[in-house]
Design a binder for this molecule. Structure first.
Ligand SMILES: [Zn+2]
Length: 431
């Protein structure tokens, strides 16, 4: 495109290291933004900008996408405010992971998606009431799959079909404690697979302490395995949790063959850090064999935004520490996530002509101690900090996360120590 030498544009971000994995861009350059869209990347000296931002010493990336968040605030016990906890930390697209089901979805649309400044998209829960009473999260026993009466394939498919502008997939939680002591897990899984097939959208499965096996050793068995029976494009979340149903075989301390086979088939592994779903030991065993996540997400909710998840840049820092290359970390919160939710042609890149969702990050030098969900601590030499964020060309303020580690949360989380299958030798001592 020919640009007149005296063109005025709304904004130029100068001198940042631009990392845009899908366009294979990794260079120090400027970005020009006009009318809410990306105009060009390169040497933009010819522009007169109404506003300039000096991103010297910083990373400039496509607006971050958090594929697993709970933001149905006040309607579900897990719900947080997506602008307060995500946009203000550099996340321009927030994907709610099944807080609402078919019966409660309209509220999520009207009261959250239409109100927040961040772009909010959503998985629809296969249970019609979603996480309105999320069992483990509300302090009461039980959960959304205690009765199969509320698990309707038809209702779920209808909800997806009527809300395709913001629905990106279907969500299922497989955990015995939320499914009538495991009795309803297999059937709910069958129905969720069927709904996802019929609606033509991916299924995201939470798989912890489940009666559905991670590794199926009897090929003739009619029971389903998870991830074995997921299809290409489905998302396996909470990949690095250390409990029963872990991807790591506790006897051999290696990743189960079914997990590797599913990845070859095209199943995507999502972090979904959460309050219990990220263990340093599991992540280290996985990283040693090169098993990094496809998608890095927080599972941010009321129980973890003050630690151990904090925010997306903090979760990204953990994977940088684990040896995941910087560009791959950015990939896992931008283009890979965008593609996984079917929005690859609209978000997750800095392609000229696209909406100007831009995040500026810096890498702070450590050392910094950072806890996992089981209060195990590692010392990181670098952490991502958000510096600035634009959503559709509008800048929003950045806030700082709570200081870490959070020792009070760590003391609470240590109660789960005896249930952990994959962990360090010694129980942490918290001063
Ligand atoms: Zn979740």
């Amino acid at each position: 495109m020919y640009i007149h030498t005296m063109s005025y544009v709304d904004l130029v971000l100068k001198n940042g290291r631009i990392i845009d994995p899908v366009n294979r861009v990794d260079m120090v350059a400027d970005i020009a933004v006009n009318n809410g869209t990306i105009l060009s990347i390169g040497n933009n000296a010819q522009f007169q900008a109404k506003k300039t931002f000096d991103a010297g010493g910083c990373l400039v990336t496509p607006g971050l996408i958090d594929c697993h968040v709970h933001c149905y605030q006040y309607a579900t016990p897990l719900g947080i405010n997506p602008d307060e906890h995500c946009l203000s930390r550099g996340v321009t697209t927030v994907v709610d992971a099944g807080s609402a089901g078919a019966s409660t979805f309209e509220g999520l649309r009207r009261y959250v998606a239409e109100k927040c400044k961040a772009r909010m998209l959503s998985f629809v829960h296969i249970a019609q009431h979603g996480l309105a009473a999320a069992g483990c999260a509300s302090g009461a026993p039980g959960g959304e799959l205690d009765s199969l009466n509320v698990v309707s394939v038809d209702e779920c498919v209808k909800c997806v079909t009527e809300n395709r502008d913001i629905v990106v997939g279907i969500k299922l939680r497989l955990s015995d404690s939320i499914a009538d002591e495991g009795k309803n897990e297999m059937e709910a899984y069958r129905r969720a697979l069927q709904a996802s097939e019929r609606a033509g959208v991916p299924l995201m499965v939470h798989h912890t302490m489940s009666t559905v096996p991670t590794q199926v050793n009897d090929d003739k068995s009619s029971s389903l395995g998870c991830p074995r029976d997921l299809k290409a494009g489905d998302l396996y979340t909470h990949t690095y949790h250390p409990y029963r149903s872990s991807i790591v075989d506790p006897t051999t301390q290696t990743i189960y063959p079914d997990v590797l086979k599913a990845r070859q088939k095209g199943v995507l592994y999502d972090v979904g850090h959460g309050q219990g779903s990220f263990g340093w030991t599991v992540a280290e065993i996985s990283s040693t064999s090169g098993f990094y996540p496809d998608i890095i997400s927080t599972d941010l909710h009321t129980g973890n935004h003050r630690g151990p998840a904090y925010d997306l840049p903090t979760v990204m820092s953990k994977f940088l520490h684990l040896g995941m290359p910087l560009v791959e970390v950015i990939h896992a919160v931008t283009s890979t996530s965008a593609k996984a939710i079917g929005w690859g042609d609209r978000i997750g890149s800095l392609t000229p002509g696209k909406e100007a969702d831009i995040t500026v990050l810096k890498l702070d030098e450590g050392p910094v101690s950072l806890e996992d969900c089981q209060s195990q601590v590692r010392v990181l030499d670098k952490v991502f900090k958000p510096v600035a964020v634009w959503r559709a060309g509008n800048q929003y303020p950045i806030t700082v996360s709570d200081p870490f580690p959070n020792r009070d949360a760590m003391k609470l989380n240590l109660r789960e120590w005896d249930k952990i299958l994959i962990r360090d030798k010694d129980k942490p001592v918290i001063q």
